[in-house]
Write a protein that binds this ligand. Structure first.
Ligand code: C5P
Length: 277
């Protein structure tokens, strides 16, 4: 059996404060793509992990891998032969590791017939939001999640320049710590153009510090300048461009990939609902 681990995109990411333990308070509109990794499991006596796929080369297969950490979170972990087929770049702001961990939790819950364990946030702040990958507003430190039915499917291009960005470094460089949140009531956005125009009025507060660490982000945003809106996701370096139609997104992705063969470029549709597994 297998589970899809879709890429997460922060359409907005407002940093609204900082807790005394150093964690930041966020207000973020999150959607999921129809591109991602896949986690597969077969019954086995021992717990093992193999990593495959075009982005698998540098992914650790030891206990530090979030898929194995997810397995250990169960009360009574058993054996399983796990395969992580890696298509998303790592340390890229699109929740690859978190989505893998969440997919592993859903998968092993089915394989072992055990409930998904509480406390998945210990694996990473983004893991709980990836457990139920649908459009949602995430607040607090990622612990306050509310599904929101305000977006149409969004034709999108995702672009990563191949430069890993460490999330803690980005937060460390953030100087403005108390920015306004999104409006209390989010508007109903009925077409991709309206959605992009409204999202453009909001922010990703991590873009400045991330660009100081990875100036390549500027080149990625420039490559997406034909989009209705281009913005960085999460702590970077992946950026998304929103287009009015999937045909426009497909064409833009083709052109960017041709101009920058070393970059990771994908056309996708950010789903209005949970992407199917
Ligand atoms: O939880 P995760 O491993 O994704 O977080 C990586 C780092 O990002 C944390 O160690 C912390 O420095 C920073 N972070 C934060 N506030 C959040 C989420 C992450 O400061 N809400």
């Amino acid at each position: 059996m297998s589970e899809h681990a879709p890429a997460k995109v922060n359409l907005t990411l407002h940093v609204t404060g900082r807790r005394s333990d150093g964690y930041h308070l966020l207000d973020s509109l999150v959607a999921f793509a129809d591109v991602g990794d896949t986690v597969t499991a077969e019954p086995a006596d021992a717990l093992t992990l193999e990593v495959t796929g075009p982005m698998g080369a540098d992914v650790p297969t030891g206990p530090e891998n979030l898929v194995l950490a997810a397995a250990r979170l169960f009360d009574a972990p058993r054996g399983a032969r796990l395969i992580l087929d890696k298509h998303l770049p790592a340390a890229a702001g699109i929740g690859g590791g978190s989505s893998d961990a969440a997919a592993a939790l859903r998968l092993l819950s089915r394989l072992w017939d055990l409930p998904v364990p509480e406390g998945s946030v210990a694996l990473g702040a983004d893991v709980p939001m990836c457990l139920d990958p649908r459009v949602q507003r995430v607040r607090g430190v990622g612990d306050e999640r509310r599904p929101v039915d305000i977006l149409p499917p969004l034709p999108t291009v995702l672009v990563n320049p191949g430069v890993p960005v460490a999330t803690p470094e980005v937060f460390k460089r953030l100087t403005v710590r108390e920015n306004p949140p999104m409006p209390t009531d989010l508007p109903l956005l009925s077409c991709p153009a309206d959605a992009a125009d409204w999202i453009a009025t909001q922010r990703n507060d991590l873009a400045g510090p991330a660009r100081a660490i990875a100036p390549e982000i500027g080149a990625v945003l420039a490559a997406l300048s034909g989009a209705r809106l281009a913005r960085m996701s999460g702590s970077g370096a992946t950026c998304f461009g929103l287009y009015d139609t999937r045909a426009e997104a497909d064409q833009a992705a083709e052109e960017i990939a041709r101009a920058e063969p070393g970059w990771w470029v994908r056309a996708t549709t950010l789903a209005a609902h949970a992407p199917s597994s």
